[in-house]
Write a new protein. Structure first.
Length: 146
């Protein structure tokens, strides 16, 4: 059964209260409730364990295939037509900040996995995601209610 929630906080609190049997969310969003003993982290998606939750197995480790490429990615976007030199400079700076220093430390503290793709790699990832989830929508007939 699908239970729609308007915010991730609502679904996590419902799981903590026992009115929702399970939910998917990010390690960072769930961390406080996990550490407080209100919910149990069963597994993570992705090809490897999350550095912020090294004791939590991946779904693949538990025998569930098809979740290696399922993860949350945050990226820096620029308007179409932005200068290639600007894009290159921004990417170079993002690589530097994610490699070491206070920005990386803040990201790790917030349970993010700092990493940097090239603009081309990030664009290709977005294209793959659009195709994957577009296919899911077509195959299932899912509709978003406004």
């Amino acid at each position: 059964m699908h239970v729609p929630y308007q915010a991730t906080t609502q679904q996590l609190l419902a799981a903590a209260a026992g009115t929702l049997q399970f939910t998917f969310d990010t390690v960072g969003n769930a961390r406080g409730l996990v550490e407080g003993g209100k919910v149990i982290a069963l597994a993570v998606t992705g090809a490897q364990r999350a550095s912020a939750a090294p004791d939590v197995p991946t779904l693949k480790e538990l025998g569930y295939e098809g979740f290696d490429d399922l993860f949350v990615a945050n990226g820096l976007l620029a308007p179409a037509g932005a200068s290639p030199a600007l894009i290159k400079a921004l990417n170079r700076e993002m690589v530097r900040m994610n490699a070491s220093g206070p920005i990386r430390e803040k990201l790790l503290q917030a349970s993010y996995e700092p990493g940097t793709l090239t603009p081309e790699e990030y664009g290709a990832m977005i294209d793959r995601e659009l195709k994957l989830w577009g296919d899911v929508v077509q195959e299932t007939g899912v509709r978003v209610k406004a």
